[in-house]
Design a protein around this ligand. Structure first.
Ligand SMILES: [Zn+2]
Length: 414
């Protein structure tokens, strides 16, 4: 999957005219999708295409129903340039985020507009896979019923906190959900009657895609994202491409060992980073019992200035900094984005986190900026939506002209 707006491709080869046209159409649509409405003059300036090329590409996108034009505002001399904007009701996608407590859902229109967002608690236990599939299918039907007649659903993508095999969306293992070898994409496809393509992605991967395209890491080419939750997930963008690994499992940062002989982790090993900085570890560090309290209790304690809680969170911050230092040594990112509970607690952890991070890293720390997630708990929904939009952004006319049953290509590079 090509991420972001990127530079337009221009080739001189006459035989590749179709490719050039497709790439140019893609460049204009990407700009509008990621950056919002623009005048024709803006598009000329951003793409480097001449005025008549922009005019003809715009007309083709208008014909496809993906964008519309309205007269621009007169300012200064001359004719105002038309404003081109994405039509959020032309095509849409369905995005889902499964966590141990709930399922988040969004219907997202072209341009990244969240047309509908909802979150429902699991009706039984998250371990009950058929119940989760039913819940997602029900939410999908409800959201489809609200969509504007004629709007094309390009696909449904679900974020899961676990190792997800690509391209078939088999969840190999998700300790937070208690899943093992679940053919989740297949089950979902059946549940929605194969009406549109279905894909499943890892929460860390979708989080980094979201922060890279629309969040705290916008404009940076090398990004590390870490989401603290019941488990600790991560995702990595290297030089503008999502790092996938041989089987799609790259970025499982929660299970790097930071404390040999430490606590037993949900994966069965000892001393994993997750066992030291996951929600349960934080809850324990503030003197609460993870069976009786959740991370919201910790956030509330910290918000009212409870000293014991602040000290416990800061103690955890040392382990967060240590793990981040190892990851920054591996990937040398421009920016590290902290999401989930780690993002929420970052301001409290900052002094101890920064100290252990700096100690472990030395001079290269200056290159990797630590920031909180911009998108917060929406990151996985935003990332899932962008995966579902990838095909139409890559080839607008081909995708809408000859829609096929192909699954969205979650983790492929181009
Ligand atoms: Zn582990």
């Amino acid at each position: 999957m090509r991420l972001g707006a990127g530079p337009p491709v221009r080739r001189a080869d006459a035989a590749a005219q179709d490719d050039v046209r497709r790439a140019n159409l893609s460049a204009v649509l990407r700009l509008l999708h990621f950056h919002g409405p623009a005048t024709r003059s803006d598009l000329v300036a951003s793409t480097g295409f001449n005025r008549s090329t922009v005019g003809s590409l715009t007309s083709e996108l208008v014909k496809l129903g993906l964008v519309r034009e309205r007269p621009g505002v007169v300012s200064g001399k001359g004719r105002p340039s038309n404003v081109v904007e994405p039509v959020s009701t032309s095509v849409h996608v369905l995005a889902f985020d499964v966590t141990p407590s709930s399922v988040g859902a969004a219907r997202v229109g072209l341009g990244g507009y969240m047309l509908q967002v909802r979150r429902r608690l699991h009706s039984t236990s998250p371990h009950d896979v058929p119940a989760v599939v039913d819940l997602i299918a029900t939410l999908a039907r409800e959201m489809q019923a609200k969509s504007v007649p004629g709007s094309v659903c390009l696909g449904l993508v679900v974020s899961v906190p676990g190792s997800v095999r690509q391209p078939d969306g088999m969840v190999r293992r998700s300790p937070p959900l208690g899943w093992h070898e679940v053919p989740f994409a297949e089950m979902l496809g059946e549940a929605v009657g194969h009406e549109y393509p279905v894909a499943v992605g890892n929460d860390g991967d979708l989080g980094v895609v979201a922060e890279y395209l629309r969040g705290a890491a916008r404009g940076k080419q090398d990004v590390l994202y870490v989401r603290g939750e019941v488990g600790v997930g991560g995702g990595v963008v290297v030089d503008g491409e999502l790092l996938k690994g041989a089987g799609g499992y790259a970025g499982e940062v929660g299970h790097i060992v930071v404390k040999p002989g430490g606590r037993v982790c949900s994966c069965g090993a000892r001393g994993c980073w997750e066992a030291e900085v996951g929600d349960a570890a934080i809850i324990r560090a503030v003197g609460r019992d993870p069976r009786e309290s959740d991370i919201e209790d910790v956030l509330n304690d910290v918000a009212v200035g409870n000293r014991r809680s602040i000290a416990g969170v800061r103690k955890t911050g040392e382990w967060v900094g240590l793990g981040l230092a190892s990851l920054v040594n591996l990937f040398n990112p421009h920016v590290v984005v902290l999401g989930g509970s780690l993002g929420a607690l970052y301001p409290t952890m900052e002094p101890t986190l920064a100290a252990s991070y700096s100690r472990a890293l030395g001079p290269i720390r200056e290159q990797a900026l630590l920031v909180r997630s911009d998108l917060g708990s929406d990151a996985q929904l935003v990332g899932a939506a962008e995966v579902a939009f990838a095909d139409v952004l890559e080839d607008p006319a081909g995708t809408l002209g000859g829609r096929s049953d192909q699954e969205p290509e979650l983790l492929s590079g181009t």
